[in-house]
Ligand binder design. Structure first.
Ligand code: SF4
Length: 346
């Protein structure tokens, strides 16, 4: 019976060095292979040209490289690119490249499907099948970096964890991926260019604060009134706003990094003065800014974007209270690549 080969990228650099020593080779061979795996994103052992043929064969016999494959790439009329990414076990996730005048942002997935059940989100319709491994998250970023260089003639500048899944429900793997993305032995990107967007898991926000992470935090808030938030994001009954608020205050006290609230205004749900007043109050607990995001209706049309006047009411009230607010127009709508639309439909 053939024994299952191990994914070589599940090994740390130290483990890889130890492996070579156990094979009677030099530890630095582990460094060379590690560099091929991460910095050079080699898809095969064959590609590792400064490693001897015998060693490559030995690696082939013991390990696999579970690389992702971009199965389908769709381009929007506004330049946005959506990748359907096939994983080694055949499952598919999506990631998106969003170009603007000055930056290219990768929106990456952290889970296949999602265990949370936000009622406005297409991904919620896919049950959570599994967490992505650190290398699968890393590979999405590399694929988008390559596309950015190819189509826009510049490297990727920013990353948001805002694709499929709740990143804080896959905490260890997401942090390991970020570690590789920011390491000089990986992509060497600044953590300040990375934003982790969560629906708000208080315990994990505290954990990140304790670990003094350097990337930015965004919270999909959508309502600062418990009753309303629970009706659209049912897990809010388990993690109510009071717990979230305390965790965010703790985050700020430890990191001194202001928080971004992602917020969609929907007709008949949160387009009232009472809703905006509650948001203003919530924003005062820790330095923060608000992104008002345009909504992209998903199939059943249960949720509808609020009127321009409701958005204006939000904008004016927030500004009057000294809170920075940005209105984010949606990108990639025509290819279902916009926020909340990722659902493996392509
Ligand atoms: S909005 Fe995010 S957390 Fe909520 S169901 Fe969709 S993917 Fe999951």
């Amino acid at each position: 019976m053939e024994t299952q080969k191990k994914d070589i990228r599940a090994l740390t650099k130290e483990q890889l060095r130890d492996f070579f020593v156990s094979q009677g080779d030099k530890a630095f061979r582990g460094n060379q292979v590690y560099e091929w795996l991460w910095q050079k994103s080699a898809h095969s052992f064959e590609a590792m040209t400064n490693i001897s043929k015998e060693t490559r064969q030995m690696l082939e016999e013991n390990f696999v490289i579970n690389h992702i494959r971009v199965d389908q790439m769709q381009r929007s009329s506004d330049g946005t690119i959506k990748n359907a990414v096939r994983l080694h076990d055949g499952l598919v996730v999506e990631s998106v490249l969003i170009p603007t005048e000055t930056r290219t942002t990768a929106c990456v997935s952290s889970q296949v499907g999602c265990s949370l059940d936000c009622r406005f989100c297409a991904t919620a319709r896919l049950k959570r099948m599994r967490n992505l491994n650190p290398d699968e998250i890393y590979d999405q970023v590399v694929a988008i970096d390559n596309e950015s260089r190819l189509y826009f003639d510049r490297p990727l500048s920013n990353i948001v964890f805002m694709g499929m899944g709740e990143p804080l429900m896959n905490y260890n793997n997401v942090l390991q991926a970020i570690e590789k993305i920011t390491s000089p032995e990986g992509l060497g990107m600044s953590p300040k260019r990375i934003t982790l967007s969560t629906s708000g898991v208080p315990k994990m926000i505290r954990k990140m604060a304790d670990e003094e992470v350097k990337f930015k935090l965004a919270v999909s808030l959508h309502s600062a009134i418990d009753e309303v938030r629970t009706s659209i994001m049912p897990f809010n009954s388990t993690f109510p706003l009071k717990d979230l608020r305390e965790a965010l205050e703790y985050w700020y006290s430890k990191t001194k990094n202001r928080i971004t609230y992602e917020y969609v205004v929907w007709q008949g749900i949160n387009d009232t003065q009472e809703a905006v007043d509650a948001l203003v109050k919530f924003c005062k607990f820790a330095p923060s800014k608000v992104n008002l995001i345009e909504y992209n209706p998903i199939d059943d049309g249960e949720f509808q974007q609020a009127s321009e006047s409701a958005i204006k009411m939000y904008q004016d009230t927030l500004e009057r209270n000294g809170i920075t607010v940005t209105v984010r127009r949606s990108r990639g709508k025509d290819i279902d690549a916009a926020c909340g639309q990722l659902a493996n439909k392509s």
